[in-house]
Write a protein that binds this ligand. Structure first.
Ligand code: AMP
Length: 299
């Protein structure tokens, strides 16, 4: 497995494969790799070759976020990628990505303006800028993103479409722990007590999906159930389908629990098209997100 730190070397490697007519699948990551990342790699291996990147991108972290304590496990990550069959990994330094004098940036698409975009100002500008830089350094045929970061996947799809980037963007299913917790590099911050409370997020999404399958289409009712489950409070509506929650077992802060159109993230009063339920909140000092698609979305 090749390891490159310069964009030029990475580009030469990918360009050589592409000029032989081979497809190249790319998995961008921030490292601290887990089975979720490796499932993207496995999917990328359906191309003739798979490449990955590891770069903790400073421009997508807010001033009060966890950039400095973000887990860094480079040696183990490279081992995992090698065993998985990755042909090359791009591991640039901060200076290689943002040398002195760097001042450009990509204006993120409109879909970035809600939910994560509101909670994390500047985050998506950092994401689309680094992803475009990575796709320029590695001119791959396919790039794979996790639906775990659902809005990020849609934002990148829109950026690539809007800016005529010649890479196909593919969203991959979220990999979960056996008990339903979505795998995340940030899960390692959780104490046992926090981890058991974090399960409330996937349980709430399961409840929403069950209610949706049973025929509930009113977003306000479903969102209200989500808030009740996550905060253990009775907000507004109560009906027989209202879930029970135990006091003390809840999120510390709920940032959003929303259902929106899965394509353009517009709010929906009634779920009459493919939708996605999304949750973001804090457990202690750890920020967690998760989501569940509702209805047919593979268009
Ligand atoms: P990150 O290292 O957190 O930037 O994630 C790199 C890629 O892995 C992104 O496309 C994420 O959406 C994806 N990813 C992270 N966690 C999971 C998961 N549990 N299942 C599937 N993909 C994931």
């Amino acid at each position: 497995m090749e390891v490159f730190d310069s964009p030029e070397a990475a580009r030469a490697f990918v360009s050589a494969l592409r000029s032989q007519g081979r497809t190249v699948g790319f998995v961008p990551t921030m490292g601290a790799l887990h089975e979720g990342h490796l499932s993207l790699v496995k999917t990328a291996l359906s191309c003739d070759a798979a490449v990955a990147s590891i770069f903790v991108n400073p421009t997508q972290f807010g001033p009060n976020e966890d950039l400095d304590k973000y887990p860094r496990t480079l040696t183990a990550d490279l081992e995992k990628l090698k065993s998985a069959g990755v042909a090359a990994v791009f591991v640039p330094t901060r200076d290689q990505m943002y040398p002195d004098g760097f001042s450009s940036g990509v204006e993120p698409p409109r879909i970035s303006e809600t939910l994560e975009g509101v909670c994390r100002p500047g985050h998506f500008r950092g994401v689309v800028t680094v992803v475009l830089k990575l796709l320029n350094a590695l001119p791959v045929s396919h790039a794979y993103f996790g639906k775990k970061d659902y809005q990020q996947w849609r934002v990148i799809e829109a950026m690539v479409r809007d800016l005529n980037v010649g890479t196909r963007i593919i969203g991959c299913e979220t990999v979960r722990e056996a008990d339903g917790l979505a795998m995340s590099s940030r899960n390692r911050y959780l104490s046992d007590e926090e981890r058991s409370r974090a399960l409330l997020i996937s349980k709430t999404l399961q409840h929403v999906e069950t209610a949706y399958r049973a025929g509930e289409r009113q977003t306000a009712i479903l969102q209200n159930h989500m808030q009740q489950m996550l905060l253990g409070e009775n907000i507004g509506h109560r009906d027989t389908a209202t879930p029970e929650t135990s006091p003390g077992r809840r999120l510390d802060t709920l940032q959003y629990a929303s259902i929106v159109s899965s394509y353009d993230f517009t709010p929906l009063a009634t779920i009459d098209r493919p939708a996605v339920a999304l949750i973001a909140g804090m457990i202690g000092t750890t920020r967690l997100i998760d989501n569940r698609e509702l209805g047919q979305t593979d268009v």
